[in-house]
Design a protein around this ligand. Sequence first.
Ligand SMILES: [Zn+2]
Ligand SMILES: [Zn+2]
Ligand SMILES: [Zn+2]
Length: 425
Amino acid sequence: MSLDDLKYVKVKTHPTARNQAVSTQPLLAGSIVLSNQAFATVLFENQKGRRCDHCLVLSETLRKCSGCASCCYCDANCQTRHWPSHKKLCKRWNSFASSNEFQALPPHERLDCVLLSYFASPLSANDQLAIFKSLLPGPTHHSPPPTCTPVDGADGLYDRFGNNNFTIHSHLNSFAHGIFPLASRLFNHSCTPNAAARYKLVRGQAVTMEVVALRDIAEGEEICIPYLDPALLQTRQQIFQLTYGFQCTCISCEGLKSVGPIPDVPQDPARLAALEYRLRTFIGVDDLEHCVLRTKPITQSLPSEIRCFLKEDYIEHLSGVFSQSSHDGPYDRALDSGTTLLAMYLLIYPENYPQIGMHALELAKTAWNASMPMNDIVRRQHAMAQVRACLSVSRRILGLYGPEGDGGGPLAEITTLQQLVDQEG
Ligand SMILES: [Zn+2]
Ligand SMILES: [Zn+2]
Ligand SMILES: [Zn+2]
């Protein structure tokens, strides 16, 4: 597929970036803006032998390549399709992979090294390769990692990796890296994007990235995707400059700039609890049962006493407390930290961002667990109402984002939990 075959997006000049992708017609939330099949993919090392090296589908009956025993496939079809890019590596792979030179590389460079090897094959010459070569290089030159087989122009190709390659996920859990030249060519970044990528795995086929509209998009509106997790409130600007070579001026970044230096989170537990309560009520989520889930972008009107929460290490801390206590209890601590985290997500992420839906599902599961030992009928009904409210939010957001990656996952969990709740009456 080339830039000329696009249906819902077109490339337009942009005042500061190279180009922008704008919609050619009004798009409804949940519609697929672009499907882009991968040019090349590489599994994380802990996924090798669990997933097919061609289609990345999970399987318990993979067969190994008899040449290297390093790549595994669903069947002969996947192996044949992978062979044009694998054949240059196959024979030399084992001695290269055991070399000190390769072993000394950090894990992400070992992945890059495999991706770079795809460019060694002349058979990979196609539209996508041409588009990849037309991408802008990153702001700083890094020497490419050693490759198992010589690659012409490895320097120039590698300069396009850091700012263009994607992390592939299933149910939002990362498991591979991939090169999707058309998507790289089209979409600029925003920390409050109106679209996001999901990945479709089909046995026998290369992975497809689908860019999904998170909300209704008007004709001619720019379509942006996130290059990194917007929750990296402090480090994201630095990453944009060092890895991507731009400064983000999205409403979230401008809002963050306008609130000025972020004060420290108070140490005193009572003061902290009071401010967290203030945050939850300000966002409107303190009562989960009746919460109105509306995103509230960071602006200068954010009350000064709760600005201390705009810190990525605080978000990380909350998320740690929530994930630990949501499994092992105490559940009131889990619901408390989880609701505060929900408030933070609504402040940081844009409307219908999949992480909000995932978190609402975790909250629904926690409220369900919390309701189990309750004998008091009133308290139990209240907990059930919380489960229903969180499930409904989660279903709306994740239903709109659509299924991703492996089977099952959050959409199946929502259905199961809903059945349990319905049985409760
Ligand atoms: Zn396969
Ligand atoms: Zn092999
Ligand atoms: Zn931004």
